[in-house]
Design a protein around this ligand. Structure first.
Ligand code: HEM
Length: 472
């Protein structure tokens, strides 16, 4: 077995980007294009189309033409080299997709608003803050484990559990508040709103928000709840006059360099909700997939348990421990490769542009297929195999853009360091106590903005009997 399985097979790469050609995905229906297939099986469509037809594909969702690009050179062109020309697709005047939920927050905004807000928010995620954040994450994790005590031996939905855990982590670290009393309602509200947002993206022919359908009414109702929660958080902090050196303080204290003005209430709401949603959905799904992969790969699981027992000796992990948990980190990286929580990155061409020798028209919608890049046989050995060892000893894919779970270029995930601490830390914290055993036969990935196990993930919560001598 080679030390790393990430080596690029150079001879299989196109000599120059100009060797790409656009292939039209067959099966388009007049007017609708590929809506029906895509809506029924979005992830399978993206990956099967790519496997059958290649790295540059064109398909249609109603009136919108999309280009699915699944080659690292093209990902670099779109997200890094030509990022000024390929922008986020949202228009604050006519919100659709995720912007219906997140407004004009960091994920969905563009231009000067985005630049300014990124400058405000970025410092909270600075590496120097991660040790303190890790302690808070571990505290939240321990509280959750205490609640699991009475459920040992039970079968639980680990995907829902990870959602609650990650939600509480983000609430405590960013907003210094607890959401435990609202967990169910928040989970429901996010499920409904994110599904609504995804449908509005994948079916441009769905009725606009002002039409009083049952779905539209339900969406408005859950958004009222989320708005209430966000505005409540802001009002409470303002009234209390206390400072916590958290994201909420940063947002409330931010002043425009030229005008001296603070963020408006709407801007504050959009940013708070953005961090709240983007900061827990993704990590929670990544953790759920990791537990699934461990449960189905006993060799990797045994090595994980051995490392956690040896390094932690039964203690709660902290940020410093992560350097001594390389296998745990490798597991998380490998899980993000096979099941990237954001399986595609979406952009729109502002002008007719040449990319890899191909001409993309102004207004073209581009999907960079992260899921496909992560399984591309030209860049990975045994791409579909779960093999954490490929990440050890500095193993990396030869092409930088064959692995980009956190995106690339100026819009790279602002929470990258946070998630890279949170993921392995919570894995170690839970793994030292529990063996999570798969308790359902079929596990299917389901794409709904993020990639989640369809219908949840049932696992048995088995307390571990740590071998004598492993913990002193
Ligand atoms: C495993 C966990 C995570 C994954 C896989 C992930 C993935 C991503 C990806 C792929 C993007 C880029 C999207 C694009 O270019 O269109 C992104 C952006 C973003 N993420 Fe994450 N994320 C994770 C965790 C987090 C966390 C913990 C936070 C906050 C605490 C966060 C907040 C954001 C924000 C605000 C953006 C927008 C950044 C910008 O456009 O300036 N994410 N994330």
């Amino acid at each position: 077995m080679p030390l790393t399985q990430c080596d690029t097979v150079h001879t299989l790469m196109p000599d120059s980007p100009s060797s790409f050609t656009i292939v039209d995905v067959p099966g388009a229906v007049p007017l609708m294009g590929h809506i029906s297939t895509f809506r029924q099986r979005p992830l399978e469509s993206l990956s099967e189309w790519w496997r059958h037809h290649g790295d540059v594909l064109r398909f249609r969702l109603g009136p919108k033409t999309f280009y699915l690009l699944s080659h690292p050179d093209l990902a670099e062109e779109i997200l890094v080299k030509q990022s000024e020309r390929f922008v986020k697709v949202y228009n604050p005047e006519k919100p659709h997709g995720l912007a219906l939920v997140l407004g004009n927050g960091l994920v969905t905004s563009s231009g000067e608003v985005w630049k300014r807000h990124r400058r405000i928010i970025q410092p909270i995620f600075h590496r120097s803050r991660m040790a303190a954040m890790a302690d808070r994450m571990a505290q939240v994790g321990e509280q959750r484990l205490a609640a699991w005590k009475g459920r040992e031996g039970d079968t639980i939905d680990i995907a829902a559990e990870m959602m609650q855990l990650a939600l509480e982590v983000i609430s405590q670290t960013m907003f210094t508040t607890s959401m435990t009393q609202y967990t169910d309602r928040v989970s429901h509200a996010l499920q409904v709103s994110i599904k609504y947002a995804f449908d509005s993206f994948s079916n441009p022919l769905s009725p606009p928000l002002w039409v009083p359908t049952a779905r539209n009414r339900e969406f408005r109702s859950v958004m009222r709840f989320m708005d209430g929660l966000m505005y409540g958080l802001l009002a409470e902090r303002r009234q209390s006059g206390t400072h916590h050196d958290d994201l909420l303080d940063l947002l409330l204290q931010a002043r425009d360099e030229e005008t001296g003005e603070g963020l408006s209430d709407q801007e504050l709401r959009d940013e708070a909700l953005t961090i709240f949603a983007a900061g827990h959905e993704t990590t929670a799904n990544a953790l759920a997939w990791t537990w699934y992969l461990l449960a189905t790969h006993p060799g990797a699981e045994a090595r994980f348990h051995e490392e956690v027992d040896r390094v932690l000796q039964g203690r709660t992990p902290n940020a410093e421990d992560l350097d001594r948990l390389p296998y745990t980190r490798a597991i998380f990286e490998e899980s993000l490769r096979l099941y990237p929580p954001a399986p595609a990155v979406h952009r729109k061409a502002t002008t007719t542009t040449t990319v890899g020798g191909l001409s993309l028209p102004e207004g073209a919608f581009v999907l960079v297929g992260t899921y496909n890049l992560h399984r591309h046989p030209d860049f990975w050995t045994n791409p579909d195999q779960f093999f954490p060892e490929r990440w050890l000893d500095g193993g990396r894919p030869r092409s930088r853009y064959a692995y980009m779970p956190f995106g690339a270029g100026p819009r790279t995930c602002v929470g990258l360091h946070f998630a890279s601490v949170e993921g392995p830390l919570l894995l170690a914290l839970i793994g030292r106590r529990y063996d999570l055993q798969l308790a359902q036969e079929k596990v299917e990935p389901y794409l709904m903005v993020t990639l989640r196990p369809k219908g949840g993930l049932k696992m048995r919560l088995q307390p571990r009997r740590v071998p004598v001598g492993a913990v002193h």
